[in-house]
Design a protein around this ligand. Structure first.
Ligand code: NAD
Length: 494
C-alpha cells in the first residue's frame, strides 16, 4: 500500500449525485460539503426531499418483490465479490476523498477502504452459505427451518468511519437477500455515494436493490425510519438518536439493530508489558482523534504504576503531530466539524474546573492549521467519578485517567458506566485476563491489544451501547427472519 503523502493541489469539487448515478434519489436543495481541515468545498450535492425517500423505498420494495435478488445467493455473492474488487482497485482515490471529506489521516483512510473491501469479501462468501436446520418432529412429521431476508432495510450511518460502518450493515443485509436504502451522515455523503456508485456499476445488480437518500437525520432519516415499506432499520450512531429511532420504529413494529455510543475502560495492571500498554493506550484514545465509538477514553491504572505511566503517557502525547491529514507525518487529525470541536472544548473546560488537565489545550498557531477543527490531545486526571467528563461520551481526543488498588476495584470502575461497547485489559497473568474479561460487560474485550476488528468476529453493545450484533455470522443472521416449514405425511387436522 502506498504510504506516501498527497499534495493538496487543486481540488475540483465533486458534483453529486453524479450524472448517471443509479443510487442517489435527491431533488432537494444543493448544499456544500466542506473539508474540515481547509474549509474547501469537497462536493456539491443535492439533499433528498420526503418524496425522494418514498421513491427510494418504493424502488427497494419493487426490487425485493419482483427480482431474483432475494432467492439467488450466487448472484448476490458475485455482485459483492466484484464490488470488493472495485473498492480495492480504488483505494487511493477513495482514501483521498475520505480524508478530504471527513478529516481523518490518509493512512487511516487507506486502511478504512481496504477494511471495507475485506468486510464485503467476507459476506460475499457467506451469501452462499445461509443455511437453515431440519428436525424430525414426529413419526411422520418434519420441520425445515429456513432463514429468509427481512425485506427493505434502512441503513443509517454516522460520519466517523463512514465506509466501514456502512459496509458492516450493507454487506450482510445484501448477502442475506434484503434490499437497502442508505442514509449517510450529512457530514460524509460524498464518500458514501462514491462507494455505492462503484457497487451500482455492476450490470447484474437489479435496479432498486440499493438506493441512497441524502440530508439531515431529523428530516430525511426520520422520514426513512417512518416509511411504511421499511421492515428493518440498521442504525449506527449516538445512543440518544438510537433511542429515538427505536421509539419511532416501534410505532410500525419494525426490527432494529442499534450500534451506539461508548465510554470504554482500558485497564492496565502493573504486571503488563508497559511499553505495549503505553502504545495501546495511545491508540485506544487518539485513533480518529478520539472520534471512534470504541475509544478507550477511561484509562484505569494500577496504583503502583500510576505516577510513572501517566508521566510517560504525557511525554508520548507531546510527540503527536497535529496537521494536514493528507501528510503521512500527521498523527492527530482535525475533528470533523466546528460543532464537534465546540462540544469537545466544552468538556475540556469542564475537566479543567473539576480535575487537572496535564497536557493539551493550546490550539495550533499556524494560520493554515487554524482553519481546521483541531483539538490537541488532552489528558485529564483527578476527576470525580461523577463528572460528566468521566461519564459521557466525548468523541474527541480526551483521555481521563484513574488509579485503582486491586483487581476488584478495577472491575468496579470499568463497570461504572451506562455503556458497554468495548474494553481493554493489559496484563501478563492469563487467569486474570480471563477473570476480568468475563466480569466486564462489553461487546468486545481486547486483551493486550486494542482496536483490532475482524469481519469474522461479532461486535456490539451491552446496556446503552446498542442492540444486536454486527459482523460475523450473527451479523448476517440479524438481517434474516426465521421461517418454519412443516411437513406432515399423515396429518390429523384439528
Ligand atoms: P448521530 O446519532 O448524530 O447520527 C447518526 C446517523 O443518524 C446520521 O446519519 C444522522 O443523520 C442520522 N439521524 C440523526 N437523527 C435521526 C433521526 N431522528 N432519525 C433517523 N436518523 C437520524 O451520530 P453521529 O454524530 O453521526 O456519530 C457519532 C456517534 O455514533 C457516537 O455516539 C458514536 O459512539 C456512535 N458510533 C457508534 C458505533 C458503534 O459501532 N457502536 C460506531 C460508530 C459511531
Amino acid at each position: 500500500m502506498n504510504a506516501g503523502t498527497l499534495s493538496r493541489g487543486d481540488w475540483a469539487a465533486l458534483r453529486l449525485p453524479i450524472a448517471g448515478s443509479r443510487v442517489v434519489v435527491a431533488r432537494g436543495d444543493e448544499v456544500e460539503d466542506l473539508d474540515p481541515t481547509t474549509q474547501e468545498v469537497v462536493a456539491r450535492l443535492r439533499t433528498s426531499i420526503p418524496a425522494d425517500v418514498a421513491e427510494a423505498v418504493g424502488r427497494a420494495e419493487a426490487a425485493f418483490k419482483t427480482t431474483s435478488w432475494r432467492s439467488d445467493g450466487r448472484l448476490r455473492s458475485q455482485v459483492l465479490w466484484r464490488f470488493a474488487e472495485r473498492l480495492r482497485t480504488n483505494v487511493e482515490p477513495l482514501a483521498e476523498l475520505l480524508t478530504r471529506e471527513q478529516g481523518k489521516t490518509i493512512g487511516e483512510a487507506r486502511s478504512e477502504i481496504s477494511g471495507s473491501a475485506d468486510m464485503v469479501e467476507y459476506y460475499a462468501g457467506l451469501a452462499r452459505s445461509l443455511y437453515g436446520r431440519s428436525a424430525v418432529l414426529g413419526e411422520h412429521v418434519h420441520g425445515v427451518v429456513v432463514r429468509e431476508p427481512v425485506g427493505v432495510v434502512a441503513v443509517i450511518t454516522p460520519w466517523n468511519w463512514p465506509l466501514t460502518l456502512l459496509m458492516r450493515s450493507l454487506a450482510p443485509a445484501l448477502a442475506a437477500g434484503n434490499t437497502c436504502v442508505v442514509k449517510p451522515a450529512s457530514l460524509t455523503p460524498a464518500i458514501t455515494v462514491r462507494a455505492l456508485d462503484l457497487l451500482a456499476e455492476d450490470g447484474t445488480l437489479p435496479d432498486g436493490v440499493v438506493t441512497c437518500v441524502l440530508g439531515p437525520g431529523s428530516v430525511v432519516g426520520d422520514a426513512l425510519v417512518g416509511a411504511p415499506g421499511v421492515e428493518m432499520i440498521a442504525f449506527t450512531g449516538e445512543s440518544g438518536t438510537g433511542t429515538a429511532v427505536m421509539q419511532r420504529a416501534a410505532l410500525g413494529t419494525r426490527k432494529v439493530a442499534l450500534e451506539l455510543g461508548g465510554k470504554s475502560p482500558n485497564i492496565v495492571f502493573a504486571d503488563a508489558n508497559l511499553e505495549k500498554a503505553l502504545d495501546g493506550a495511545m491508540n485506544a484514545i487518539f485513533t480518529t482523534s478520539g472520534q471512534i465509538c470504541t475509544a478507550g477514553s477511561r484509562l484505569l491504572l494500577e496504583s503502583s504504576i500510576y505516577e510513572s505511566f501517566v508521566a510517560r503517557l504525557v511525554e508520548r502525547v507531546a510527540t503527536l503531530q497535529m496537521g494536514d491529514p493528507l501528510l503521512a507525518t500527521t498523527t492527530l487529525a482535525p475533528l470533523v466539524s466546528a460543532d464537534q470541536r465546540r462540544t469537545v472544548e466544552d468538556y475540556i473546560a469542564l475537566g479543567r474546573k473539576e480535575g487537572t488537565v496535564l497536557t493539551g489545550g493550546e490550539p495550533p498557531s499556524e494560520e493554515y492549521l487554524a482553519r481546521g477543527y483541531f483539538v490537541p490531545a488532552t489528558v485529564i486526571v483527578d476527576l470525580p467519578l461523577t463528572s460528566a467528563v468521566v461519564r459521557e461520551e466525548i468523541f474527541g481526543p480526551v483521555l481521563t485517567v484513574h488509579p485503582f488498588a486491586a483487581e476488584g476495584e478495577a472491575v468496579a470502575l470499568a463497570e461504572d458506566t451506562d455503556f458497554g461497547l468495548a474494553a481493554g485489559i493489559w496484563t501478563s497473568d492469563l487467569d486474570r485476563a480471563w477473570r476480568v474479561g468475563r466480569a466486564v460487560r462489553s461487546g468486545t474485550v481486547w486483551i493486550n491489544t486494542y482496536h483490532h476488528f475482524y469481519p469474522e468476529a461479532e461486535v456490539g453493545g451491552f446496556r446503552r451501547s446498542g442492540l444486536g450484533r454486527q459482523q460475523g455470522i450473527e451479523g448476517l443472521l440479524e438481517f434474516t427472519e426465521t421461517k418454519h416449514l412443516n411437513f406432515d405425511a399423515k396429518p390429523t387436522l384439528w
